[in-house]
Ligand binder design. Structure first.
Ligand SMILES: *Cc1c(COP(=O)(O)O)cnc(C)c1O
Length: 434
C-alpha cells in the first residue's frame, strides 16, 4: 500500500497524524474512518496557492458531497474557500456549522421548491441552474420573498470524462445541464438574463469524476471560453464568471497515475489565460470545484479482521467488521483499493485474499482477489484512500451503525463524527396501529 500524507511506520505499527492506529482502534473502536487533517489542509493550500491568476479572480469551491461534516466546514473557512451543496440536507449541515452562507453554491438537477426557498432564505452565494423549469421555480420563489439571487447555468459541453480516457460525444443525453449544441440554449440564457429576480453570473460545467486526462480539462476550458464569448456577443451582454467544475483524479491503486495538484492547477491557469487571450474574452472570476482530490487520499478506513475463510471453491476470504455499508464504491462501480495489516507492517508473507464485509450480499467486497500481507483474526486492516465518497455514501443496510470519523493531526485525535448507536438506528421508528 502506498503511504499518503503523514502515514508512518512506527516499529511495525502504522501511524497517521502522529497517532498509532492501534491506539485509535482501542479508543474509538472499528470500523473507523481516519482523516489525516494535515493532508486535507495541505491539499487545500495547494489549490489556493496554485489556482491563481493576475488576470482574473479565482475561487476554490469544495464539493461537499465527497465528505461533509462540521469539521470540513471549519477547514473550508480556515482556507478561505467556498463550498457547494446539492440538497437541503447538505445546506442545513453547512448552515448549522456556522459557515457564512455567502460561500455556498447550490447544485442539483431537480431542486425542490423547499430547497430553493432555503437557498433564498439563507442568502447563499449562488445557485447553479440546471434547466428551464428551474428558472421559473427560482424566479417564483424570489418574487414571493421579494429577494434576488445570483445564478449560473450548468451547460453540457459534450466532453464526457470519467477516468483515464475521455469521450467527445455528439450525443448529449446527460441528465445534468443544457447542451451547448441545443439551439434553445441562447433562449434559456436570455430568459435568465431578463428575469429581474436573478442575476446571471455565467456558465458552469462539470465533465466527470476521477479524471486523469488533463487534455479533457484543457478542452473543457477552450469550449467554455468559446461558448461564453459566443453567447455574450449574441445577446450583447457581459458574462463575468466561468465555473469549470471538479473531477480531478486521485491515486487508489497502481492502475492510477499520481496527480500533482500544484502542476495541474498551474497548467489549468495557463490554459485559461491563453484561451481568454485568444478569444478576446474578459472574465472577472473563474471557479473550480474539487471534492475527491481534497479528501480522498487523506481518509482511510480501519477494520478489525474477524477471521480468514478458505472456501472449497478456492477463494480465500478475509472477513472485516464493516463492508459495503461504509464503502459502497467497489460494489457500485468496481472501485479498487490498497490495504495493509496496520498493526503488523513488518509481515513479510503475502497471500491472495478477497476482503469481504459482513453484509448479506455476495457483492459486499472491498478488495477482490489481491495479494495482501497475511492477516489473521484480531489484526487491523487499513484500507487507504476512502476519504471521498465513503462516509458520504454510507448506509445502514443490515442495521449496521455508521462508524465514527476521527481527525488526526500532530499526535492528537479529534472525534469529528460520533459512531452511531443502536438507538440512532431506530430513532425514527414508530409503532403503528393494528
Ligand atoms: C461531484 C461534483 C464535483 C466534485 O467532483 P470530484 O470528482 O469529487 O472532484 C464538483 N462539481 C459538481 C457539479 C459535482 O457534481
Amino acid at each position: 500500500m502506498r503511504f499518503f500524507g503523514t502515514m508512518k511506520d512506527e516499529q511495525g505499527v502504522l501511524s497517521i497524524g502522529g497517532v498509532k492506529v492501534t491506539e485509535l482502534a482501542q479508543k474509538y473502536g472499528t470500523p473507523l474512518y481516519i482523516m489525516d487533517q494535515e493532508l486535507i489542509e495541505s491539499n487545500m493550500r495547494k489549490y489556493k496557492e496554485n489556482f491563481k491568476s493576475d488576470k482574473f479572480q479565482t475561487q476554490i469551491v469544495y464539493a461537499s458531497k465527497a465528505f461533509l461534516a462540521k469539521a470540513m466546514c471549519q477547514l473550508v473557512e480556515k482556507y478561505d474557500m467556498d463550498i457547494d451543496a446539492v440538497s437541503g440536507g447538505e445546506l442545513y449541515t453547512i448552515k448549522v456549522s456556522g459557515l457564512d452562507m455567502k460561500r455556498v453554491h447550490m447544485h442539483g438537477n431537480n431542486k425542490t421548491l423547499e430547497e430553493l426557498e432555503m437557498c433564498v432564505d439563507y442568502g447563499i452565494g449562488s445557485i447553479i441552474i440546471d434547466n428551464e423549469t428551474e428558472i421559473e421555480n427560482l424566479s417564483y420563489v424570489c418574487a414571493q420573498k421579494n429577494k434576488k439571487i445570483k445564478a449560473m447555468l450548468r451547460i453540457n459541453i459534450g466532453i464526457d470524462a470519467h477516468t483515464h480516457e475521455y469521450i467527445k460525444t455528439s450525443k448529449h443525453s446527460s441528465k445534468f445541464g443544457e447542451s451547448i449544441f441545443d439551439e434553445k440554449l441562447v433562449g434559456i440564457v436570455e430568459k435568465i438574463v431578463k428575469d429581474k429576480n436573478i442575476e446571471f453570473l455565467g456558465f458552469h460545467c462539470h465533465i466527470g469524476s476521477q479524471i486523469f486526462d488533463t487534455k479533457a480539462f484543457h478542452e473543457g476550458i477552450e469550449t467554455m471560453v468559446v461558448e461564453t464569448k459566443k453567447i455574450a456577443d449574441t445577446l450583447g451582454i457581459k458574462i463575468p464568471e466561468i465555473n469549470l467544475g471538479g473531477g480531478f483524479g486521485v491515486y487508489y491503486t497502481e492502475n492510477d497515475v499520481e496527480v500533482d495538484i500544484e502542476k495541474f492547477m498551474r497548467s489549468m491557469i495557463e490554459h485559461i489565460e491563453k484561451s481568454l487571450d485568444e478569444h478576446k474574452l474578459e472574465i472577472e472570476k473563474v471557479s473550480i470545484e474539487p471534492g475527491r482530490s481534497i479528501v480522498g487520499n487523506a481518509g482511510s478506513t480501519l477494520y478489525t479482521v474477524g477471521g480468514i475463510k478458505q472456501t472449497y471453491g478456492g477463494v480465500k476470504y478475509m472477513f472485516i467488521d464493516g463492508g459495503m455499508t461504509d464503502n459502497i464504491r467497489p460494489a457500485l462501480y468496481q472501485a479498487e483499493y490498497e490495504a495493509v495489516i496496520a498493526n503488523r507492517l513488518d509481515e513479510k508473507e503475502r497471500e491472495v485474499v478477497t476482503v469481504a464485509g459482513k453484509c448479506c450480499e455476495s457483492g459486499d467486497l472491498i478488495i477482490k482477489g489481491k495479494s495482501l500481507p497475511k492477516g489473521e483474526k484480531g489484526d487491523l486492516l487499513l484500507v487507504s484512500t476512502t476519504g471521498a465518497y465513503g462516509y458520504s455514501m454510507s448506509s445502514n443496510y443490515n442495521k449496521l451503525a455508521r462508524p465514527a470519523v476521527v481527525f488526526v493531526k500532530n499526535g492528537k485525535a479529534s472525534l469529528a463524527i460520533r459512531r452511531e448507536s443502536f438507538e440512532d438506528l431506530i430513532r425514527n421508528d414508530l409503532a403503528i396501529e393494528l
